[in-house]
Design a protein around this ligand. Structure first.
Ligand code: D5M
Ligand code: FE
Ligand code: ZN
Length: 530
């Protein structure tokens, strides 16, 4: 493998899913056989390492070279990150976009007028003592998963435990194993994770449900009303069924199906005073498409009187464009070094009012592990982004703002929900409807082994144990909001104009919008800055 120059080494590492310290790259380049050294380093670093350090390389160079290492073509488990000595400075561009907003609740007012400099900057008259901001289920530093089989067993047991509890009041279930010992014709109720869904020759559906004792096949007849639920099912979500066993007791004929769901009677918490939160995501600083001008207009507007009730700013992931996230992404990078991207992001964050309380979670473009739950940014990145004293937490996290519970989740699973469900139940044009499905399943990323990477942990942090009052996601770069059983679901658009990839697949992003929520009423308005 001809690997002489640092730039080639960086690219080779990115291709394997790693970011590397500058010194590590220099050491590899300066070794006798850089190609061989690189392969040995990749082989030697722990699977969960995001970054190859100089120490990793020194260790390898100090140890005697083994026979040709296996697995030199293996890819890193985490998002690819790279540093590059020749990183360019930020030069923002902001091509105009036309974007549509999508919402489905009459209570909401959409103000899609461009915000010019409206009013003079004010001395924001806020009393920090009135504020309260708490974060629950931050799993940063709590990761226990080693990727072993046992961890998968644990995380699914925990998922089953938590979700079946929500269903137990509605069905009187028995374990799958006990049901397989029952006689034909008896009524039976079962709670399980969806293990398989297939259609029969005659167009009926067989759903295999799994609990901690085994699996049991359940038949949904195509002409029953509940057949309409079958196309909503995702693998590994938890449901309950009630029905009657077949004559030979080998299959359960399903009469009713239940989802953990948000109770229709959910009464959202509200703040005691007239205070607002701005909900944004997908800033993508470092991309050539990052819309710096729109961002600056947003930041300027936040200083005006009109925005003085906004005391919280929530950012649901993809602060920066990252490096090596998608193939050929480097061709659209404006800032090549991941740390310089965060420095630039931090500069942009400095232009918003210093007295805002900010909460940030990572997304799939950020420099943390890709598998969900994603821990909050590491100390080095926190340091870079320290200007605002922002609260940094894991993806997902539940944030309580003056009593209002906001579930923040970046939203990678939305791609999957949209791909798998019929368009009237989830689509890019109505991303909030895909969010409704997640609320109904009480899980932010049910499907394991698909597009969304899940990390096996002792606990399933992705279950929505508590019903949020606001569910805030991003990722799909579309703006959409609406209410589901009184929960406000908001997908917050982005600050990145259409990329070449998005053009090629007809994704027309909603860029440069800021959804603003009144925390005392949960009404929402949208401001446009592009
Ligand atoms: O993703 C923004 C949206 O675009 C999200 O719906 C995924 C999709 N996307 C963007 N680039 C790609 C590539 N290269 N492959 C597949 N899907 C893609 P974000 O991750 O925020 O950039
Ligand atoms: Fe994004
Ligand atoms: Zn994303």
């Amino acid at each position: 493998m001809p690997l002489e120059t640092p730039a080639r080494i960086v690219r080779a590492l990115v291709g394997r899913g790693y970011n590397a310290e500058r010194e590590a790259v220099t050491l590899i380049a300066g070794s006798d056989d850089p190609g061989r050294t690189l392969a040995r380093v990749v082989e030697a670093v722990p699977d969960d390492a995001l970054r190859i350090t100089a120490d990793h390389v020194r260790e390898v160079l100090a140890s005697a070279p083994a026979a040709d290492p296996p697995g030199t073509e293996s890819t890193g488990s985490a998002a690819a990150r790279a540093t590059d000595a020749d990183a360019s400075a930020t030069a923002a561009s902001d091509p105009p976009v036309s974007a549509a907003t999508s919402h489905d609740n009459a209570d909401h007012t959409a103000q899609s007028t461009p915000a010019e400099a409206e009013g003079e900057p004010t001395g924001r008259n806020v009393d920090p003592a009135l504020r309260s901001l708490e974060i629950a289920n931050d799993m940063t530093g709590q990761s226990t998963g080693t990727g072993e089989y046992d961890d998968f067993v644990k995380v699914f047991r925990d998922r089953y435990e938590k979700l079946s509890k929500m269903l137990r009041g509605r069905v009187n279930h028995r374990p799958a194993k006990a049901i397989s010992n029952m006689s034909g014709g008896e009524d039976a109720e079962l709670i399980g994770l969806v293990d398989d869904v297939r259609s029969t020759k005659s167009g009926h559906w067989i759903i295999e449900l799994e609990d901690t004792t085994g699996t049991f096949p359940c038949l949904v007849m195509k002409d029953k009303d509940i057949a309409g639920y079958v196309d909503e099912l995702l693998m590994d979500e938890c449901i309950a069924v009630q029905g009657t066993l077949s004559g030979d007791a080998g299959i359960l004929f399903v009469d009713s199906m239940h989802f953990p769901d948000v109770p229709r009677s959910h009464r959202p918490n509200t703040a005691d005073r007239d205070v607002q939160a701005a909900l944004i995501s997908d800033v993508h600083v470092g991309s050539q498409e990052f819309m710096a001008d729109a961002w600056n207009r947003f930041a300027d507007w936040l200083h005006t009187e009109e925005a003085e009730r906004i005391e919280y700013l929530l950012i649901a992931g993809d602060m920066v464009e990252g490096v090596g996230v998608y193939p050929n992404q480097d061709e659209e990078l404006d800032v090549i070094d991941i740390y310089e991207q965060y420095e630039s992001f931090s500069e942009h964050l400095k232009s918003v009012p210093g007295d805002l309380d900010i909460v940030m979670i990572p997304g799939n473009h950020d420099a943390v592990r890709l598998a969900e739950p994603q821990p909050g940014f590491d100390d080095e990145l926190r340091d870079i982004m320290s200007a605002h004293d922002a609260r940094i937490t894991s993806n997902p996290s539940m944030i309580t703002l003056e009593g209002v519970n906001v579930l923040m989740y970046h939203g990678v699973s939305l791609d999957e929900v949209i791909a798998e469900l019929p368009a009237d139940k989830a689509s890019y044009d109505e991303p909030h409807k895909a969010m409704y499905q997640l609320l109904k399943k009480r899980h932010v990323a049910p499907q394991f082994g698909g597009h969304t990477r899940l990390a096996p942990e002792e606990l399933d942090y992705l279950v929505m144990e508590d019903v949020p009052d606001i569910f805030h996601t991003g990722h799909v770069h579309k703006l959409g909001w609406g209410k589901y059983h009184n929960v406000l679901a908001v997908n917050s658009g982005c600050w990145q104009a259409q990329t070449d990839f998005q053009k090629s697949v007809n994704i027309d992003p909603d860029a440069g919008y800021a959804p603003i929520v009144d925390l005392d009423t949960l009404n929402m308005t949208v401001r446009k800055f592009s």
